[in-house]
Design a protein around this ligand. Structure first.
Ligand code: SAM
Length: 274
C-alpha cells in the first residue's frame, strides 16, 4: 500500500490529478452544499480529503478511475464503506454514466473534477434527470462559461444550456497553490442548482451553429445552416434586431428560434408525406 506522499509523487497528468490540500476551501465547499439530505455523488475522490467531509454529512457514492487511489481509499474508508455510508466504485465515471447512470435516485454532484473532462461531465449532469445540483471545482474559464448570463461577453452555448435548466453561479475562486501538485490554471467552484434537465440533443446542435462565430451576427451564423428567408421571418416574428450578436440574445430567445425552426421542419415533413 502506497503512502499519501508516494501517491502525490505519482500524481498522474493523464487523470488530471491535482489534490486539494487546503482545508478551508474544503470547508467552503461543504458549506455551499444544498441543505437537504439527498445523497452525494463524487467523481474523482483522489486521496479522499473532500470525501472525508462529505461522508460526515451524507451518504456518498464515489467514482475513482485510478486503481492505486482506489486501493488507498478502500483502506482509508474501511468503516464508512462497511457501514454503507460510502459506496466506492473503482470505475471510469463516464463509462459508468453511459452504461448504467451514476445513481438511480435523486442526488447532488459534489466534486473537484478532473479538468480534462470537466465540461463533458457537467453537460452529462445537466442531462441526468436524477442530478439535482452540481457543485464542482473546475478551471476558472469553464466556471465562467457555465455561469455567464445573457449580454455578458462570456455568454456562450454552455451558458445557454446551464441557464435553460438551472441557476448557475461562481461560489469562489481557488489559487493553484491550494493544490498538490499545483495546476497551471486558476480554479473556481461552480454551483448550478437545477430545476429541470436537458433532453433535446438537437438544441445543443443548434447552439453550436448559433455560437459558431461568437463575435459575428447571430443571423449570419444561423444562415450557415438554415435558409435565409426562414431566419428573416423568425427574427421578424420575435421582433429581434438583425444585428444582435450571439451573446446578446436571452436563453428564452434561443428556445423560441429553435422551436420555430423545428416546427417548420415538422410541417415540411408532414407535407412531403402527403
Ligand atoms: N477529489 C480529490 C481532491 O479534491 O483532492 C481529487 C481531485 S483530482 C482534480 C481528480 C480526480 O479524478 C483524480 O483522483 C483522478 O484520478 C480522478 N479521475 C480522473 N478521470 C476520472 C474518470 N474518468 N472517472 C473517475 N475518476 C476520474
Amino acid at each position: 500500500m502506497k503512502s499519501n506522499e508516494e501517491l502525490i509523487g505519482l500524481a498522474s497528468k493523464r487523470y488530471g490529478q491535482n489534490f486539494l490540500k487546503n482545508h478551508s476551501y474544503i470547508q467552503k465547499i461543504i458549506q455551499a452544499m444544498p441543505k437537504d439530505n439527498l445523497p452525494i455523488v463524487e467523481i474523482g475522490p483522489g486521496l479522499g480529503d473532500l470525501t472525508k467531509e462529505l461522508v460526515r454529512a451524507r451518504d456518498v457514492t464515489a467514482f475513482e478511475v485510478d486503481k492505486r487511489l482506489c486501493e488507498h481509499l478502500i483502506h482509508e474508508f474501511e468503516l464508512p464503506i462497511r457501514e454503507g455510508r460510502l459506496t466506492l466504485k473503482c470505475a471510469d465515471a463516464i463509462e459508468h454514466w453511459e452504461q448504467k447512470g451514476l445513481l438511480d435516485e435523486h442526488y447532488h454532484l459534489v466534486a473537484n473534477l478532473p479538468y480534462y473532462i470537466a465540461t463533458n461531465l457537467i453537460l452529462r449532469a445537466l442531462h441526468d434527470p436524477y442530478c439535482q445540483s452540481i457543485l464542482t471545482m473546475v478551471q476558472k474559464e469553464v466556471a465562467i462559461k457555465f455561469s455567464a448570463k445573457p449580454t455578458e461577453r462570456n455568454f456562450s452555448a454552455l451558458g445557454v444550456l446551464a441557464d435553460s435548466v438551472g441557476e448557475g453561479k461562481i461560489c469562489f475562486e481557488v489559487e493553484p497553490e491550494a493544490f498538490v501538485p499545483p495546476p497551471k490554471v486558476t480554479s473556481a467552484v461552480l454551483s448550478i442548482v437545477k430545476f429541470s434537465s436537458l433532453d433535446d440533443l438537437g438544441f445543443e446542435d443548434f447552439l453550436k451553429v448559433a455560437f459558431s462565430q461568437p463575435r459575428k451576427k447571430l443571423s449570419k451564423n444561423l444562415n450557415l445552416r438554415y435558409q435565409k428567408d426562414r431566419i428573416i421571418k423568425i427574427f421578424a416574428d420575435l421582433e429581434l434586431e438583425d444585428n444582435i450578436r450571439p451573446h446578446e440574445a436571452a436563453t428564452s430567445i434561443y428556445h423560441q428560434i429553435y422551436n420555430a425552426l423545428k416546427q417548420k421542419d415538422n410541417e415540411d415533413e408532414r407535407k412531403s408525406r402527403k
